[in-house]
Design a protein around this ligand. Structure first.
Ligand code: SIN
Ligand code: MN
Length: 201
């Protein structure tokens, strides 16, 4: 369990969103993705990521040959749509932060998608937490420390779970080893959506 790492500022809210709230959020996300479609990002080294991404808010996090950064527009040129109220309200309830998120990054995991251990460190203000919402299939979340190569622990995140990484956990390494494809009935075609809310500037 992630608890055993005892990283202050890591908070898990299991089942924070009930089924109806999850369905509303998925419908809102479909609206966002109709305007700003999922695309497959490429790492600065030129490797296609297995996760597909889009975003809402003033900024979207992007990666391509030019590096990791926040951009005010989708790679196809359109503005990112506003962050849906259903998602902003989770921040207001749980983040404990006076600032509102400026980026809602949307990650879509298909059957073989994963995300390697990394830190979220392209934001200017690390006093604001990162809040993550899981929807759809279970995902095996791995969490480590701030230093690279330290001890890690894993936890299956389920649909409706919310994680807040603030304080010491804000710069902790984290990633997703695999998903349990088809484990949830929320998304008719399977897969996992993870939404992360970030203050960028
Ligand atoms: C991320 O670190 O951006 C995603 C984490 C997750 O999918 O749970
Ligand atoms: Mn991350």
């Amino acid at each position: 369990m992630v608890d055993e790492l005892n990283i202050k500022g890591f908070r898990l809210f299991p089942g924070h969103l009930d089924r109806q709230a999850q369905e509303v959020m998925v419908a809102d996300l479909r609206g966002v993705l109709a305007q700003a479609p999922l695309y497959r990002p490429v790492t600065p080294r030129g490797k296609a990521m297995s996760v597909r991404m889009s975003a809402a808010g003033q900024f979207g996090w992007v990666t391509d040959r030019r590096g990791y950064r926040y951009e005010p527009r989708h790679p196809d040129g359109m503005n990112w749509p506003p962050i849906p109220a259903s998602i902003r309200s989770v921040w207001t309830a749980l983040a404990g932060c006076a600032r509102m998120p400026e980026c809602c990054l949307i990650n879509w995991y298909g059957e073989d998608a994963r995300m390697g251990l990394h830190q979220d460190k392209d934001e200017a203000d690390f006093t604001a937490p990162v809040l993550s919402i899981s929807l759809g299939d279970d995902g095996l979340f791995r969490m480590g420390g701030v230093e690279r190569g330290g001890k890690t622990a894993s936890h299956w995140l389920r649909s409706g779970d919310v994680v807040v990484m603030g304080g010491e956990a804000r710069l902790a390494h984290h990633g997703v080893d695999r998903i349990r494809f088809g484990s949830s009935s929320l998304l008719p075609n399977g897969g996992r959506i993870n939404v992360t809310l970030r203050v960028v500037t």
